[in-house]
Design a protein around this ligand. Structure first.
Ligand SMILES: Nc1ncnc2c1ncn2[C@@H]1O[C@H](COP(=O)(O)OP(=O)(O)OP(=O)(O)O)[C@@H](O)[C@H]1O
Length: 947
């Protein structure tokens, strides 16, 4: 095309060039170049939008050039053909495109206007092509001009200052040559100007002023430089004034060192103390926390004293005084005034010393026995404190060595005091022991007198209480390493928790027969749930079979971790009944449960429970528990006072008691009879309520009181109206009963549990399977007191006591005792009684009592009930209604019953036969209706008896 434009390509080239000139006008000269470049750019840029935009902008610029040439060309072409032909001929006009645009614009805006529009479009096209706006271009230009101007000014100023400085230095050299200078001034000058000459103070001052002047001048002109210089100056001054390295609060080690240095009393017993270097650092107490070491140390101290006091008597060693607080003031800052800081620190040390000496070193001050030794202790501590106060008054910072020495003195004092304490404690303990032994001897002598069977003493007069000598006594033998073991376990426990980031203070250790409880107070801000979540880790670290965490212990601000003892101690039943608690217990339904975690005897009143549910896996100790309950009653109440009904579907557990005077009926082993016995109890309960209404009393106590009064006054014959005995119904395996007669048994139990308390009837239900179809919702709701023995899962535990915990018990009498009114179950080691002991007691009772006189009336009633229930099972559903109907109509026929009950012939005939068998209607009389033999009253009494 380029060659064609200049006529070098023959005829076709000429035609082609003419055509393109007609289209693009004069721009055709550069069009081949534009096409070549444009297509190259488009291909190279992968036909990107930007490339297209730029090519478009280039094309517009070219066409503008054509349009301008058209405007400048003085010709009056108006048609497209004219534009085309003129452009072909002279190659100087705009062609169809450029020319067309120019003509249109000229028509619209005139030539000048068209030029302006074209220039504007040209600029826009240029922006598009270059992708630069003119404004930013101009800005950049202005900036560059300004920068070069500033640079020039700066260099001029620099040169001027250099000249001035050189002149000042010349003057200074002259001055220095004249006179001698002092060392300080020289050094100052050295620092400032780098010269090594000397001059006197005055001269130095003058020089200094001069240099300062110069610097000020400089700084005024260059503020950045000024600030950096002043910062440098400050730093230098700081370096001269404060000869203490900067201390970072995040540096744990340094912090600890500082604390040790400033608070020597907090480390009274560490070996490390002697190695502590005198303090050299600078303090920054922001974000200050107290290190845990001292807490542990002091708690260990507390434990030591605790354990000593605690030996033998399982009572808690001291009353929650072991808990102490060691947190220091959170924010102590030293910045400007070191003196005030020293004051603050000394105060805090004194208060710390007080706190430690009063609360922690002697944690069991509350213990009465140890009260006597408090006076010398406190004096000794005061001495120690005074010495330490003196220490603090002296310079803490400078005289590190002196402080160290005094620390050692204080430490010695503390250890002296400690030793003295220990000896005092030992003496005290020894005295306590002797007193205890003496009293124990006295008590046992009194008890032995009491235990001797005494006919007169017993309320039942003719009841001979079994002697305690029939039971096995606990062998006295204390494991010697017990204290050491407890201490070690406590230490391990503490360290385990600490390793998981839980800091605690062990405040108490209660050693029970089978488990030991470590009471602890967690550090402020520790979540209880965090400790609970560590159960398995604690178990692992202590190699314990199972642990239970009580968080928090009811009524205490502490968490209890119960760890099984190395050697279990059996709690013998004899210990319990010989205890003062049992002897002085008023209720006839006293139940010696066992010993709690503190070793205290637990005796409870069954009458207040008023019904008890005992549940646990097989072999967990239920039967033994029931035996202790029965034996407690045998040792406490005469047969006239308490009667027992025992239901033992297992047949082997309670049969041993057959023949004792307390039994109302022989031990029931037949589950069918059991439901009869329960129904009798329900009837008895109703009877008792009737009697209460007649006598105008509300409960059994009121009734018995009234009877006693009337008997005393002689108004009634003691033989005819007797006092009501309390009745305890014991069911050893509820699951068996529920399998045989679920509906009936549940109904009877529910009725009894709802109403029997006031009537003096109490239920004790034991079961192996605490599933919901055995302990139904209704039974659970009405039996409020529970004893949970070891179970296999948390689900079972929840069925019994509505919470987890029983799955962690150790078995063999380890129980969670949860009577009505307790907010949380209590862990108790149940008493143990062997079969031999039971049989000895039973034999004793049998020998000394007339052969058990069972209540024949009760037995008969139960038998009748059994029979009637067997018969009633065979009877038709409409039997009762039919009987009433025939008595009402005074005749009985099959057709009549058919019509009345809308039943078939056969069924009606069967009902009539049943009525005849029951003696309600007479025999068949041919076609005549049968005769009715009973009146309606007779019928009612029949129903009462048999249904
Ligand atoms: N308080 C206790 N102290 C020591 N050992 C006990 C105690 N209670 C139970 N045991 C031991 O556990 C064994 C099983 O106890 P027990 O017969 O009472 O269990 P159980 O729960 O009634 O079992 P099952 O439901 O199978 O009858 C006893 O033989 C005894 O060795």
């Amino acid at each position: 095309m380029m060659f064609s434009n200049f006529g070098h390509c023959g005829l076709i080239g000429k035609w082609l060039a003419s055509f393109f000139f007609g289209i693009f006008g004069c721009a055709q000269f550069v069009m081949p170049v534009f096409f070549f470049l444009g297509i190259t750019i488009l291909v190279a840029n992968d036909y990107s939008t930007l490339a297209m935009k730029k090519c478009g902008a280039g094309f517009v610029i070219l066409m503008e050039a054509s349009a301008v040439s058209q405007l400048l060309y003085k010709d009056t072409t108006v048609t497209v053909h004219d534009l085309f032909s003129v452009a072909i001929n002279n190659h100087a006009t705009g062609g169809i495109i450029g020319g067309g645009v120019a003509l249109l614009l000229r028509e619209g805006f005139g030539t000048a206007g068209a030029m302006v529009v074209l220039i504007c479009v040209f600029l826009l096209a240029c922006i598009l092509l270059t992708q630069r706006s003119f404004v930013s271009f101009f800005k950049k230009m202005v900036k560059n001009v300004r920068a070069s101007k500033e640079e020039w000014e700066k260099s001029a100023e620099k040169r001027r200052l250099e000249r001035e400085a050189a002149a000042a230095e010349d003057r200074l050299i002259n001055l220095e040559e004249e006179e001698e200078s002092s060392d300080k001034a020289t050094s100052f000058l050295k620092m400032k100007s780098g010269y090594k000459k000397t001059s006197d103070k005055k001269r130095a001052k003058q020089c200094e002023e001069k240099v300062k002047e110069l610097e000020e001048k400089k700084e005024k002109k260059n503020p950045k430089k000024q600030s950096s210089t002043s910062a440098e100056q400050e730093k230098t001054i700081k370096n001269i004034k404060v000869n203490v390295p900067v201390f970072t609060s995040s540096d744990e080690v340094k912090r600890k060192d500082c604390v040790r240095e400033l608070h020597p009393q907090i480390y009274p017993f560490t070996e490390e103390d002697g190695k502590t270097e005198p303090f050299k650092g600078k303090l920054d107490f922001s974000a200050f926390t107290f290190p845990e070491e001292n807490t542990s140390l002091i708690s260990e101290q507390a434990q030591e004293s605790t354990l000593e006091v605690q030996e033998e008597s399982y009572a808690p060693p001291y009353k929650e005084k072991g808990a102490f607080h060691t947190s220091l003031p959170e924010e102590i800052r030293i910045n400007e005034d070191l003196g005030s800081l020293i004051e603050e620190v000394s105060e805090s040390i004194v208060s710390e010393a007080e706190a430690i000496s009063e609360e922690n070193v002697y944690p069991d001050a509350a213990d009465q026995a140890i009260e006597q030794k408090e006076v010398p202790e406190i004096e000794a501590v005061k001495d120690m404190k005074e010495k330490q106060e003196e220490n603090e008054e002296s310079r803490i910072w400078k005289n590190g060595a002196e402080i160290k020495q005094r620390d050692t003195e204080a430490k010695d004092n503390a250890s002296e005091v400690n030793d003295r304490d220990i000896t005092i404690q030992e003496k005290q303990m020894a005295r306590q022991d002797t007193i205890k032994k003496e009293t124990a001897q006295e008590v046992s002598s009194v008890e032995s007198k009491e235990v001797v069977p005494d006919r007169k003493k017993a309320e039942g007069k003719d009841y001979l209480f079994p002697p305690a000598s029939l039971l096995i006594k606990e062998e006295q033998g204390h494991s010697s390493g017990q204290q050491q073991y407890l201490q070690e376990t406590a230490q391990k426990l503490y360290e385990t928790l600490k390793s998981f980031g839980v800091n605690v203070t062990i405040t108490d250790i209660s050693c029970g027969p089978s488990v030991t409880r470590y009471e602890m107070f967690p550090e402020q801000g520790t979540k209880v749930s965090k400790i609970l979540s560590l159960t398995d880790d604690i178990k692992l670290n202590l190699a314990a079979s199972d642990i239970r965490i009580e968080a928090p212990i009811p009524g205490k601000a502490a968490i209890g971790i119960e760890i099984p003892n190395k050697h279990n101690q059996t709690v013998h039943f004899r210990d319990l009944i010989e205890s003062q608690t049992f002897k002085t217990f008023k209720s006839k339904l006293a139940f010696a449960v066992g010993k709690d975690i503190g070793g205290k005897t637990v005796v409870t009143d069954l009458a207040k429970m008023p019904h008890l549910l005992i549940a646990g896996a097989t072999g967990s100790g239920k039967s033994v528990c029931i035996n202790t309950l029965i034996m407690s009653i045998l040792y406490k109440a005469a047969p006239e006072e308490v009667k027992l009904i025992m239901i033992d579907p297992k047949m082997v557990e309670l049969s041993i008691y057959n023949g004792i005077p307390h039994l109302l009926i022989p031990v029931v082993t037949d589950p069918k009879k059991a439901s009869g016995a329960l129904n009798w109890a329900v009837a008895e309960m109703t009877n008792r309520y009737k009697k209460f209404t007649e006598t105008g009393v509300r409960n059994i106590e009121g009734y018995n009181k009234k009877v006693r009064e009337l008997q005393k006054s002689g108004e009634i014959d003691p033989e005819t109206i007797k006092k009501m005995p309390q009745i305890v119904i014991i069911i050893d395996e509820l699951a068996d009963l529920m399998m045989v007669a679920p509906g009936e048994v549940e109904d009877a139990i529910v009725r009894l549990s709802q109403l029997a308390r006031a009537a003096g009837i109490h239920l004790v239900i034991a079961t192996q399977r605490p599933s919901v179809n055995v302990i139904t919702g209704l039974i659970k709701a009405n039996v409020p007191s529970r004893i949970a023995f070891s179970v296999s899962s948390g689900v079972d535990s929840r069925t019994i006591i509505d919470m987890n915990g029983a799955e962690k018990l150790l078995g063999k009498g380890d129980m969670l005792f949860y009577p009505a009114g307790y907010s949380k179950p209590v862990r108790v080691q149940g008493a143990f009684i062997s079969d031999n002991e039971i049989s000895d007691v039973v034999t004793f009772l049998k020998e000394n009592e007339d052969v058990a006189v069972y209540d024949t009336e009760v037995t008969e009633k139960i038998e009748n009930k059994l029979k009637s229930s067997a018969v009633s099972q065979e009877r038709d559903e409409y039997f009762e209604a039919a009987a009433r109907f025939v008595i009402e109509k005074d005749k009985a026929s099959i057709g009549m019953l058919q019509r009345m009950f809308k039943i078939g012939f056969n069924r009606a005939a069967r009902i009539v036969d049943q009525l005849s068998d029951a003696g309600i209607v007479g025999p068949e009389e041919g076609t005549k209706p049968r005769k009715v033999l009973m009146s309606s009253e007779q019928l009612e009494s029949y129903f009462e008896e048999y249904l």
